[in-house]
Design a protein around this ligand. Structure first.
Ligand SMILES: Nc1ncnc2c1ncn2[C@@H]1O[C@H](COP(=O)(O)OP(=O)(O)OP(=O)(O)O)[C@@H](O)[C@H]1O
Length: 319
C-alpha cells in the first residue's frame, strides 16, 4: 500500500550553509491494513519522510507509490487517497468540531448534505458528540487529537499519515488515541505513524522501521526486533542450593539454552534462549526427567529500548 525505493531529501538551510541530508534513501513496503511505525530520535528524518509521502515536500530522489498512485507522476491522486495529521494538528480555536469537519469534507469536494452527514458520523466515531458544538479552544489535548484524527479521515482515505500522534497527551488520552488508530486499521485503513516513543511503537504498530540519520537501520515486527537483539530470558526458581546446582547441570546441556547465569541470592537460574515459547516446555521436561520441580518460572522479554540502544547506541528520546 506504501512502497518506497531510495527516497531522498536534503535541505540547505541558508545560502552557503552546509547541506543537511535529512533522508538518505529510505525503502519501505507497508502492507494494506497495517499500522507501520517509523521510530527514531529527534532529527532522524521521520517527519521529512512522511511529508514527502503526503506530497507536501518534493523528494530529491527515489520513487514511491502510495495507495497505488505514483508520488512523482501523480501527486494529485496520492493526495486524494491519503489523510495527513500533522504534528500538533491543525484545528482553529474559534470553530467547533462540527464546523471543522464540515469544512474539511467540503475541501475534499464532498457535497454539503453529505459533508454534514460525515461530520455527524465523525463526531460519533471519535467520541466527540458531547462537545461537537463547542469551540475547539475549550477542548482538552486528547479531545483535540481525536478531532485531528476525525479530520484526517473525513474523506475516507486508504492511507493515513500520523506525525507523532500522542505528543503531549496524558496516559489516558494516549490510550484513547491508540484505540482509535487501531479501529481505523481494523476497518482496513493503512496507517503510517512516526513516533519516538518505544512503548507506543510496541503497543500500536504491526511493523516498525527504526530510523536513524536519515535511513532505516532495521525493520520488523516488534517481536522480531526484540528477538534480533537478545532473544528471551527465563528465570527459574528452585527450592534450595543443591537443587539449583543440579538444575544448572541439566539445563546447560540443552541446545536451546544460549547462556546460563546463576542467581545465588534467589536459589535460581537465568537462562537466555532464542524463544521462550519453545524453550520453556523443553526446560520443564528436562527438569522433570531429573526429578526437579521449579518453584516458579518467569519470562522476561527484552524491551524495544534494548533494541534501540543496541542499534543506535543511544536512547530514542534524549539523543
Ligand atoms: N526545512 C528544513 N530546512 C533545513 N533543515 C531541515 C528542514 N526540515 C528538516 N530539516 C532537518 O532535517 C533533519 C531531519 O528532520 P525531521 O524533522 O525529518 O526529523 P524527525 O525524525 O521527524 O525529528 P522529530 O522527531 O524531532 O520530529 C533534521 O536535521 C532537521 O533539522
Amino acid at each position: 500500500m506504501i512502497v518506497t525505493k531510495g527516497l531522498r531529501k536534503s535541505f540547505r538551510p541558508r545560502r552557503g550553509a552546509a547541506t543537511v541530508d535529512a533522508v538518505r534513501g529510505i525503502d519501505l513496503d507497508v502492507a494494506e491494513g497495517r499500522i507501520y511505525g517509523l521510530l527514531g530520535p529527534n532529527g532522524a528524518g521521520k517527519t521529512t519522510t512522511l511529508r514527502m509521502l503526503a506530497t507536501l515536500l518534493p523528494p530529491d530522489g527515489g520513487a514511491a507509490t502510495v495507495a497505488g498512485a505514483d508520488l512523482r507522476t501523480d501527486p494529485g491522486e496520492v493526495r486524494r487517497r491519503i489523510g495527513y495529521v500533522a504534528q500538533g494538528g491543525g484545528t482553529t480555536d474559534h470553530a467547533t468540531a462540527r464546523e471543522e469537519l464540515v469544512l474539511q469534507a467540503r475541501m475534499h469536494g464532498i457535497r454539503k448534505a453529505e459533508a454534514l452527514r460525515r461530520a455527524e458520523q465523525g463526531l460519533a466515531a471519535f467520541d466527540l458528540t458531547e462537545f461537537g458544538d463547542r469551540p475547539c479552544r475549550t477542548y482538552s489535548g486528547g479531545q483535540r487529537r481525536r478531532l485531528d484524527l476525525a479530520l484526517g479521515v473525513v474523506h475516507r482515505p486508504k492511507v493515513l499519515f500520523l506525525d507523532e500522534p500522542t505528543v503531549g497527551l496524558d496516559p489516558r488520552s494516549r490510550a484513547q488515541v491508540w484505540t482509535e488508530v487501531r479501529r481505523l486499521r481494523d476497518q482496513g485503513m493503512t496507517v503510517l505513524i512516526t513516533t519516538h516513543y518505544l512503548d507506543e511503537a510496541d503497543a500500536l504498530c504491526d511493523r516498525i522501521g527504526i530510523v536513524d540519520h536519515g535511513g532505516i537501520v532495521t525493520e520488523g515486527t516488534p517481536e522480531q526486533l526484540k528477538q534480533q537483539i537478545s532473544g528471551d530470558a527465563v528465570t527459574i526458581g528452585l527450592t534450595d542450593t543443591g537443587a539449583t546446582a543440579r538444575a544448572a547441570h541439566v539445563l546447560a546441556e540443552l541446545p536451546c539454552v544460549r547462556r546460563l547465569e546463576a542467581l545465588p541470592e534467589e536459589d535460581g537460574l537465568r537462562l537466555h534462549v532464542d524463544s521462550a515459547d519453545t524453550a520453556i516446555p523443553q526446560l520443564l521436561r528436562a527438569l522433570a526427567a531429573a526429578g526437579l520441580e521449579p518453584d516458579h518460572v518467569q519470562l522476561q522479554r527484552p524491551s524495544l529500548d534494548d533494541v534501540f540502544l543496541a542499534l543506535t547506541g543511544r536512547s530514542p528520546v534524549h539523543s
